[in-house]
Design a protein around this ligand. Structure first.
Ligand SMILES: [Zn+2]
Length: 162
């Protein structure tokens, strides 16, 4: 059975989610409004003040030479904006990079002002143009980053948001 709050798989015979502590609520006697508010409280407890950021590198070309010209942090989403069943796309087109080779992105999870940086590797199975970025919540308050364009996207491994 899946936890109704964080979608983590709850082991047979257990009544409490090992990730978020939500109690399995079964039966018809549970008021849906009460249930929704319990779920919302737990989401708030684990995901509030948590933001996903992308670190990008800026380059300059002059006289045929490419030099790195600092970094820029782009805010992707607050964790509370994310959903399990949808990939939320950022309304921002990045400079188009076409690649058929592995590449990495630096994603920062900022929680209560404390940063955890993840190097996420992407392995294109064919040439992919990565111009847009999206995020999807995965079970256990984790997430995946998607990059691509059109309907051609590849996903990263999952990272934890808690
Ligand atoms: Zn849970």
């Amino acid at each position: 059975m899946k936890c109704e709050c964080c979608k983590n798989e709850i082991k047979e015979g257990k009544t409490i989610c090992s990730v978020c502590g939500m109690t399995l609520l079964t039966g018809d006697d549970i008021n849906p409004t009460v249930k929704a508010s319990v779920i919302e409280d737990i989401r708030q407890k684990y995901l509030k003040d948590t933001t996903l950021l992308l670190k990008t590198y800026e380059y300059e070309i002059s006289d045929g030479k490419v030099t790195e010209n600092g970094t820029k942090i782009i805010r992707l989403f607050d964790a509370l904006q994310l959903k399990n069943d949808v990939v939320k796309m950022l309304s921002h087109d990045f400079e188009e990079v076409v690649s058929s080779r592995d590449f990495a992105l630096e994603i920062i999870v900022r929680k209560n002002g404390k940063d955890t940086t993840h190097q996420l590797k992407f392995k294109p199975t064919k040439e992919i143009s990565h111009k847009r970025i999206g995020v999807q919540l995965t079970p256990g308050f984790r997430c995946r980053i998607y990059v691509g364009s059109g309907d051609n996207f590849i996903a990263s491994d999952e990272i934890s948001l808690i």
